[in-house]
Ligand binder design. Sequence first.
Ligand code: EPZ
Length: 434
Amino acid sequence: MRDRRTKDDKGESNVSKLIIQGAGPLKGRVRVSGAKNSVLPIIAASLLADGRSVIEEVPYLNDVKIMCELVDSLGASTEFSDDRTRLEISSRSLLNTTAPYELVNRMRASFLIAGPLLARCGHVKISLPGGCAIGSRPVDLHLKGFAALGGSITQGHGYIEISSSGCLKGGKVYLDFPSVGATENTMMAAVLAEGHTIIENAAIEPEVVDLATYLTSMGADIKGAGTDTIKINGVKELHPANHTIIPDRIEAGTFMVAAAITGGDITIENVVPDHLKPVTAKLREAGVEISEELTSVRVRGNRISPVDIKTHPYPGFPTDMQSQITSLLSVACGTSVVIETIFENRFMHVCELKRMGANIKVEGRSAIIEGCSRLTGAKVKATDLRAGAALILAGLCAEGATEILDVEHVDRGYYRIDEKLKSLGAVISRADGD
Ligand code: EPZ
């Protein structure tokens, strides 16, 4: 297959199809990149300080480029190092506090600039982020946090405008659901507010803790990040800081499933084993051999036993690993039930897996999976980031060739996943989509 990879201005491929030949066990070592869901709020948080912050271990992902484009449009300036792992962000003078539809609509995490702009400039006008393939994705809890800090909110013409007469005031907010984004946005709004803020029923994901670590290094006064109650004493101003992004636990989990689904033997480096606990526990329950070192895990696949999964906020089984484990359970020796409690429409990968021979029945929030002996390669379509990852995993163990269209969804969250898999023995290539 001629690899007609085309390059964008930064030499990144923008072709939209992956072709995978099921080629037996994957073996070797692979290094995980920095966490997408940590670097996105941290880029937004850099708007809070006047000066140049330096962020290391940044994954050069399409979503990261979109977030950089957004903060640049607000008056900040972002620049990647030549090897694209270090990002410098200067936000001396923020000229603009309006985030346009054209940018916000490309990535819902854009909404994370609301808290920093409100805190630093007392105003933000931002297009309401649309829903996406996996659900309606409301922002009511973000707005509840801003209102608790004295933000006054108006909506109209698809935009939300939030302003505060003078400085935000510390307040107390109980999040009806431990929303990751709402916790992060409220925390970023509160760090420069006058007085004391308490966020109750806060999200405790590692990425929330990483953001709090970065904010603290900028001079913020935050206690309790990583627990369900975060206490913040507002400070007058923050200063730039250097920070290294934590490893991406979802990318790590995806490679763990790659070892399991191909019966391979992969050592995954640059991980925090503690962040992988719910995934490790479930894979072990399914018969996968996992040994942990300080910053790596070794995963050996065996005969896969069926297991039941229910997604929960951290430290429960992550919703971002649900699609991937559904692929694995499609070739388990028995019946598994997967229940998705976080998003209302996160089984889009099931229709595509069924085209590959999977035997899955979706009833509301549950998927009943009758494991089959072998999947067969087919032409399938990635509907969202993690669904695309699930199809790649299925293609690695399927008989014959699998073509995955719309692979730009995958590139949003995985840096050069095809090259990393190729280094483990996968037969995978990119080509123009059709
Ligand atoms: C973050 O999204 C992640 N994205 C998601 O990862 C992840 O799936 C999700 O957290 C859950 O862990 C980033 O961090 C950039 P939530 P977020 O607010 O913050 C409801 C991936 O694949 N909700 O915790 O948007 C919401 O509808 C992506 O990497 C409200 O009702 O997730 C959902 O049912 C996908 N009102 C639930 O909470 C709100 O104001 C979880 O959402 C906010 C959320």
